[in-house]
Design a protein around this ligand. Sequence first.
Ligand SMILES: *[C@@H]1O[C@H](CO)[C@@H](O)[C@H](O)[C@H]1NC(C)=O
Ligand SMILES: *[C@@H]1O[C@H](CO)[C@@H](O)[C@H](O)[C@H]1NC(C)=O
Length: 332
Amino acid sequence: MSWQYTDLLSHPLWFACTVLLAAVTRAQRRGRWNPGACAVKLNGKTAIVTGANTGIGKFIALDLARRGARVILACRSKDRGTGALNEIRKLSGNQDVHLRLVDTSSLESVRKFAAQILEEEKELHILVNNAGASGLPKGMTADGLDITFATNHVGPFLLTNLLKKKLLIRKLHHISQFHSPARIVNVSSANHWRGKVDFSHFRGENLVYTMDAVYNHTKLHNIIWTNELARRLKGTDVTANSLHPGIVMTEVMRHYNFVVRLIFNMVGFFFFKSSEEGAVSTIYCAVSEDTEGITGKYFDSDCSLVLPAPLARDPALGAKAFEHCERLTAKL
Ligand SMILES: *[C@@H]1O[C@H](CO)[C@@H](O)[C@H](O)[C@H]1NC(C)=O
Ligand SMILES: *[C@@H]1O[C@H](CO)[C@@H](O)[C@H](O)[C@H]1NC(C)=O
């Protein structure tokens, strides 16, 4: 007996299942919060988005620019960054968008970038740590760190620590011209559930480079760190949250081989989010009135407040991880 896909639709039960699957898929793609319906304006505010030249970072930066913020695109490549800069200026009509170069895998590059920002900017209100990579080939940085750990975790850690001063200035002077306090938003991933904590990983020891294993570890550390940061910022008006953008087809995949990318793209066509959709939960944390004053939390890709893995919620581990990163980034 031959079998055809249309048979699926002929039986009422199969038909119902197909409709249900389509509905669930659609709901998962759309999310429950719509940035287009959020009227928050950011005039007079300064925002930094790392990895803003492509993927969800570009859509996050575009949204902030449309709301009137002064937006700094923190990118690794001048060419690709310039392309994004022109595009965002044109689409948003906001000329107060600027490109600054930083490579989060290099502590020296991060220090240089931070020094430039501290000098150029009077205040900083929104910091989105979006830059990250998965599927990088195994390698070490000049700082003696595993390259994925450096890019996704240690670099952003140092960047945030150095820029924190600017975020905190508002607290000290307390010129509450703006409603929302300063916000730090960390793009993590549901992959953190599969991550493990082993501090020797930072230096590339005991790391098994299978697929996204290292990525998963770094995303767990992102949340552990963000939560510890939130604890340390208690009593200030700076909040720090992390989120899962959803399974997004972005250039994070560019380090994978052709076959993996092809499969990812085919499956993704039906189930995954576009970069624009993937940017939504980050924008939610960065601008929404709903998230004002909320700190040390983790949001799902549909902007729901959810619990991260237990390891990410362990304050003792958070303190240890924070101190470990401080030691790694301390200047000798
Ligand atoms: C985000 O996570 C990275 C890694 O933790 C961290 O270094 C970075 O500083 C974090 N930023 C924020 C905001 O949490
Ligand atoms: C990383 O996390 C993803 C998503 O949870 C999972 O599918 C994958 O198997 C994990 N990779 C490893 C090597 O643990």
